[in-house]
Design a protein around this ligand. Structure first.
Ligand code: ATP
Ligand code: MG
Length: 264
């Protein structure tokens, strides 16, 4: 069976190969990605002119899974004025004084924009669960709370696309080693990365639950094989491009009769 990307039923991450290429070659995939990215740039200009639609791209994955790299790649031809990137770190004391979705709703992109969530509300059922930052009575009901939240976003004109960047434990080791060895990457390294890595299998179980419980048609998860950056970038570009095409965006009509104007 071909490895699923769009998650429509329960999967086991062990059955998915993080270095799957779907028969693509690097050269062909990069050429196709280039075209998709240019098209995303065009479609984004149209989205920007619309005031009732927006796109939210959620990126989740273990440390060094390529969330930053995927963001950079996706917007090569996009006007940065129409993009809002939100990075979700451990909550501040003010954020902890609110319900877990408060800080998320706060950074939902305005209409016409593309929002990227680099990590997201899913941390509240991932790191919170695995590192035991809250008891099960707190995190377990959050799957449904998240589903309701995303449903209400979908009903309000938001397309929500969610990508789990699936890297292998081995590939993560290579990338973390590079962070330790290269002075230009030292700033990215944290001792916490190794503590999380020690809980790899628990994280995979938690991700499996997320993909199983929170992938309705209006806010699907995609499991992106992410050991190869060119596969990752290609699959994300393809899905984002499709989602923008599906919006059937048109240029908004003039607000008044323009024939009366003459520019001298
Ligand atoms: P990279 O993948 O490049 O390492 P990153 O996304 O890990 O980047 P960091 O600034 O290194 O970015 O880490 C953010 C940290 O904040 C992560 O360890 C994440 O688990 C943690 N975090 C995010 N949301 C929450 C939350 N709700 N509760 C606790 N920790 C959180
Ligand atoms: Mg990190």
């Amino acid at each position: 069976m071909r490895q699923p990307v769009e998650i429509k039923s329960k999967i086991r991450l062990k059955d998915l190969d993080p270095s799957e290429t779907f028969g693509l070659t690097k050269e062909k995939a990069r050429a196709a990605t280039h075209k998709l990215l240019k098209r995303i740039g065009e479609l984004q200009s149209k989205l920007y002119a619309n005031t009732d639609r927006a796109l939210i791209v959620v990126l989740q994955g273990m440390d060094a899974s390529g969330k930053d790299g995927a963001t950079r790649a996706l917007f090569e031809f996009v006007n940065p004025a129409g993009v809002e990137v939100a990075n979700f770190k451990a909550p501040s004391s003010e954020e902890r004084e609110h319900d877990f979705l408060w800080r998320v709703h706060h950074v939902v992109p305005r209409y016409g924009h593309i929002g990227v969530f680099n990590r997201s509300h899913y941390e509240d059922v991932l790191v919170v669960r695995v590192m035991k930052l809250a008891p099960k009575e707190i995190w377990a009901p959050r799957f449904e709370q998240i589903n309701r939240f995303e449903k209400s976003l979908a009903e309000s004109g938001y397309t929500v696309l969610k990508f789990f960047l699936h890297i292998s434990r081995k590939e993560q080791a290579e990338r973390l080693k590079a962070r330790l060895q290269d002075p230009a990457k030292h700033w990215k390294f944290e001792g916490a990365d190794l503590r999380m890595r020690a809980h790899w299998d628990h994280f995979m179980e938690a991700y499996e639950d997320v993909l199983d419980k929170c992938s309705p048609p209006h806010a699907r998860w995609h499991a992106i094989p992410a050991d190869k950056k060119w596969v990752r970038d290609h699959l994300i570009a393809r899905r984002v491009c499709e989602a923008l095409e599906d919006m059937k965006l048109a240029w908004p009509k003039a607000k008044e009769d323009l024939s009366k104007y003459k520019v001298r």
